[in-house]
Ligand binder design. Structure first.
Ligand code: PGA
Length: 319
C-alpha cells in the first residue's frame, strides 16, 4: 500500500474534527488540498473511508481501521521529532501533561516554578478526573500524568511523590465544627456534597464506606473541587476533598476540616508514564524537576517542623 505521511496526518485531522474545513484550517491547508488527499487515500484502499451526514463527516468501518493506523504512524513521526529535538537543545520543546483535578492545586505552583527555570518549554496541561486519566494512559497522547494510584501494570512507570490526604470539610459555622473524634455513624447523618463517579476521591470514599458496611445514599454530586467547596461554604452539606484543595479557605477561616473517624483517607499522588512511550527531554526535565521540588518542599517542611496539621488521624483509612 502506498500512503504518504501527509495523507496520514490529514486523515487523522479530518477524523478528529469531523469536518474537511476544520481539518484544513488546523493544518493550514486549503479545503481542495485536503479533499484531494482524502480521495487519493480512498483510491489507494479501494473503498470509502468517510461518509457525510449533512455537514458532519462520519468514518466508515474502513475509515475507523485507517484512523488506527494513521494515529500510530503520526505518533511515531512525532516521537522521532521529539528524539531529534532532544538531541538538539536542553530547556526547549513541548510538554503535554495531564493531571487529576485534585493535583491541579499543587501542579499550578509547580509549573510556575518550572516555567521560571525553563521559560522556553511550552506546556499544555489537561485537568480531569481519574477515569478520564486512565483513558489517557491508553492513548499515548501525554508525556506525563499526575494522578492518584494508577493501575498495577508492567507497562507503566509510577513514582509516588506526595501524600494526598482526603478530609471531611464543613462550613465554619457547622454544628460539627470543632467537635473531637466524630463517629462515622454521626457523620453520615449529615448530607454530603460528593465528587462525581469516576473521580479518585469518590472511589476512595466509597471504598472506605463499603469497608465500614455503609451505603452511600443518593446525594449531591459535583464534578469540581471548587464547586464542592462553594457548596459546603453555602451550607449545603459536608464535603470530602483533598487537603491540598482547601488551604486558602482554611487559612481564611471559611472552611474547617472535621476530626472525623476514618479520616483522613490516605492516598498518594503518582507521577506516571508509559514505559513504551519515548520521554522527550522536556518531559525528563520536568520529571526530575518535580522530584527535586517535592524533596525540597518536604525538607523545608520537616526543618520547620511543619507537617500538615491533620485532625483525626487515629483511624485513618487507606485507599
Ligand atoms: P480525582 O483524583 O481528582 O479524580 O478525585 C484524585 C485521586 O485519584 O486521588
Amino acid at each position: 500500500m502506498n500512503i504518504t505521511l501527509r495523507q496520514s496526518r490529514i486523515f487523522e485531522a479530518v477524523a478528529e474534527t469531523g469536518s474537511i474545513t476544520r481539518a484544513a484550517e488546523s493544518l493550514h491547508l486549503t479545503q481542495p488540498a485536503v479533499s484531494m488527499q482524502l480521495r487519493k487515500l480512498e483510491h489507494e484502499v479501494g473503498m470509502p473511508l468517510i461518509e457525510s451526514h449533512g455537514r458532519r463527516i462520519h468514518l466508515t468501518h474502513a475509515g475507523e481501521e485507517m484512523l488506527r493506523y494513521c494515529r500510530r504512524l503520526n505518533r511515531t513521526v512525532r516521537e522521532a521529532g521529539a528524539v531529534f529535538e532532544r538531541l538538539r537543545e536542553p530547556g526547549h520543546g513541548q510538554l503535554h501533561l495531564a493531571v487529576a483535578s485534585t493535583v491541579n492545586y499543587f501542579a499550578t505552583e509547580l509549573i510556575a516554578s518550572f516555567h521560571r527555570r525553563y521559560p522556553d518549554i511550552q506546556i499544555r496541561m489537561d485537568v480531569t478526573n481519574r477515569e478520564a486519566l486512565l483513558g489517557m494512559l491508553e492513548e499515548y497522547e501525554h508525556d506525563l500524568i499526575l494522578m492518584g494510584q494508577p493501575p498495577d501494570s508492567p507497562e507503566l512507570e509510577a513514582i509516588p511523590f506526595m501524600d494526598n490526604p482526603l478530609v471531611v470539610i464543613a462550613a465554619a459555622a457547622h454544628p460539627l465544627a470543632g467537635r473531637r473524634r466524630i463517629p462515622m455513624k454521626r457523620l453520615i447523618e449529615e448530607p454530603f456534597v460528593l465528587r462525581e463517579c469516576g473521580s479518585g476521591t469518590r472511589m476512595a470514599l466509597e471504598k472506605l464506606f463499603t469497608r465500614k458496611g455503609i451505603r452511600l445514599s443518593a446525594q449531591m454530586e459535583m464534578n469540581s473541587n471548587e464547586a464542592i467547596k462553594q457548596a459546603v461554604m453555602a451550607g449545603l452539606g459536608l464535603g470530602v476533598v483533598s487537603m491540598h484543595t482547601v488551604r486558602m479557605e482554611r487559612e481564611s477561616g471559611k472552611l474547617v476540616v472535621l476530626d472525623a473517624a476514618g479520616f483522613p483517607i490516605r492516598r498518594k499522588w503518582y507521577l506516571v508514564h508509559r514505559r513504551d512511550r519515548y520521554l522527550s527531554r522536556a518531559a525528563e526535565e520536568f520529571k526530575q524537576y518535580l522530584l527535586d521540588y517535592v524533596r525540597n518542599e518536604q525538607g523545608a517542611g520537616s526543618r520547620e517542623g511543619a507537617g500538615p496539621a491533620l485532625p483525626g488521624t487515629h483511624t485513618a483509612g487507606r485507599a
